[in-house]
Design a protein around this ligand. Structure first.
Ligand SMILES: C[S@@+](CC[C@H](N)C(=O)[O-])C[C@H]1O[C@@H](n2cnc3c(N)ncnc32)[C@H](O)[C@@H]1O
Length: 269
């Protein structure tokens, strides 16, 4: 039986629509210089696949495979790819713990905001390295939730961050994954690692409203909300107050939010 973790966010629309705004340009820039137009890439835990189709445009003479766990998110990923009209990308069902590929197949194996959800990120990195050819790369990028902060400071958003980190840890995952990527790569046997960091900031009206209203909704209608209540870290009333805090922040023209992403580009030997 393949290992199944609890996915803290859930795949409800408020989550998936937020993730679907991501692009390869913004989320894979740290690996762009090792990708050629004929590279063979794997996007692990591709979610709605908005990054995947961007990667496929970077490799017009190459191929992109993407994997997701199954269910509705797999269908969404396949629809995104079909709508893109690109012929060099396919989406497979599978888990990072047991990738459905032979050894040494990919030039670069990529996972964006995935390791932070896993109970065994080391096994995941080992498996990603297995399917990557010698001389290729494993590229991972994850947020560090501890660094998530807002202006103006908001008691509700601080409470959200505390509860989110407790829920993720309760699920056996590390919400601050971004800072651990170097050590996780080393433990997985990847010694030749280049680390970079990049911040996400939300302050334009569009970004601020999307992030703030989306998190307001996510505090009420997603798996995260259910788990927060079930595990005893918040009541429904507290989550309502937090959602209200997110809405207040989202409608403040001076509202600002940022956090750090850790990025590891590991050379496979
Ligand atoms: C935060 S989302 C990121 C999606 C996409 N990479 C992006 O950045 O837009 C994490 C994704 O990892 C997937 N995931 C979780 N555990 C996984 C596993 N064991 N194997 C493959 N994917 C997994 C989830 O289904 C989810 O869609």
């Amino acid at each position: 039986m393949p290992k199944r973790d609890v996915y803290t966010h859930g795949h409800q629309p408020a989550v998936v629509n937020q993730h679907a705004r991501r692009t390869a340009e913004r989320c894979a820039a740290f690996a762009r210089h090792v990708i050629s137009d004929d590279s063979r890439l794997l996007d692990v835990g591709c979610g709605p696949a908005s990054i995947t189709v961007g990667l496929a445009k970077w490799v017009p003479k190459g191929l992109v495979s993407a994997i997701e766990l199954g269910g509705a998110i797999l269908d969404t990923a396949r629809s995104t790819v079909a709508e893109s009209g690109l012929g060099n990308v396919k989406v497979d069902e599978g888990s990072v713990y047991e990738l459905p590929y032979e050894d040494d197949v990919f030039d670069l194996t990529y996972a964006h905001q995935v390791l932070q959800h896993l109970t065994d990120p080391i096994l995941a990195l080992r498996e990603m390295a297995r399917v990557t050819r010698p001389g290729g790369y494993v590229a991972v990028r994850d947020a560090d939730y501890y660094t998530m902060s807002s202006s103006p400071e908001s008691e509700a958003i601080e409470k959200w961050r505390t509860i989110y980190r407790l829920v993720a840890r309760h699920n056996g995952a590390d919400p601050d994954a971004g800072r651990h990527l170097l050590s996780w790569c080393h433990t997985a046997g990847l010694q030749d690692v280049a680390i970079s960091t990049s911040a996400w900031s939300y302050w334009t009206e569009d970004d601020r409203e999307n992030w703030g209203f989306s998190w307001a909704e996510r505090c009420l209608t997603t798996s995260f909300a259910e788990q927060a209540v079930e595990y005893g870290y918040a009541t429904r009333a507290e989550l309502e107050e937090i959602a209200e805090g997110w809405r207040a922040w989202a409608t403040n023209p001076s509202g600002y939010f940022h956090f750090i992403n850790g990025e590891a580009l590991a050379h496979v030997e």
